[in-house]
Design a protein around this ligand. Sequence first.
Ligand code: FAQ
Length: 311
Amino acid sequence: HDTALQSHFDAVIDADGKIEPRDWMPDAYRKTLVRQISQHAHSEIVGMLPEGNWISRAPSLKRKAILVAKVQDEGGHGLYLYSAAETLGTSRDQMFDALHSGKAKYSSIFNYPTLTWADVGVIGWLVDGAAIMNQIPLCRCSYGPYARAMIRVCKEESFHQRQGFESLMSMMQGTAEQKAMVQDAVNRWWWKCLAMFGPPDADSPNSVQGMRWGIKRISNDDLRQKFVDATVPQAEVLGVTLPDPDLKWNEARGHHDYGHIDWDEFWSVVNGDGPCNKERLATRVKAWDDGAWVREAALAHARKQQERRMK
Ligand code: FAQ
């Protein structure tokens, strides 16, 4: 029986079809998806913190309204992604527990501090830019609920990327201090954004199976290269320098060459030792604890409603 189910699953994958929650799937496929989707959800939720930090200090009403909308979008992305993971049989409580106990991963990028207002623009331009590059192929992921969630997420990320670029563009037309602030933020974020795509293909244990299952469509290194190639001309338009002396066009490859990424730093951040890991986790745990009364009240209300209906 299981072999028939397995061959049906393989046939759907080979035909580039979609697997839906009601369909049989191998345990390892389910586990990989729960791992990736829940990590992705946690990244959106923790990703609200670095920029959220600047809502009360935005330089104008317009910038504040944009930033509030963006941070709320990230919260929404987290919620659809938790729902997508729930269709695989993992409860939201289990996922929150994994995040709050430090067992679950979330993107390394959110463990760095946002030191100036220019960081908010650079996060939009580069962090959301990298996120879109990674998420566009996920719209074609073999698992239906994840692929469908990604369509709306990508549209919203595209607004996030543009608002970041536009904010930096206006700072680059400002004073010498504003221009220096943008350049400093680009210098601090550039290499961290390249690491967001994950380890080099040769050191990426989940890639081969992820590609075989149609979860991953483009490899970590290929996405990183696409991101570099897309960003270089944008940096020229902005008038900033990307902090890599080895960054140059390679005519033979038809791509930009770039320098060495510090993978030791990446792994130390992934393993909990980045500049803000403890602070980010503590903030999430506090928000969860402080919200306990809301959850309890909602449950009590639901119970009362149910009792009334039973009478
Ligand atoms: N940070 O074998 P691989 C956003 C882990 S965008 C931390 O290559 P895989 C939007 C990886 O989990 C950011 N850990 O793994 C936003 C694995 O460990 P595990 C979120 C990382 O899964 C913008 C190990 O290293 N986007 O939030 C990272 O095939 C602005 C080996 O790696 C997504 O999550 C990293 N950067 O490929 C919000 C997209 N990279 O799980 C607010 C969905 C790798 O075995 C503001 N995820 N690791 O213990 C993916 O596409 C994939 O999971 C990859 C990793 C590409 C991230």
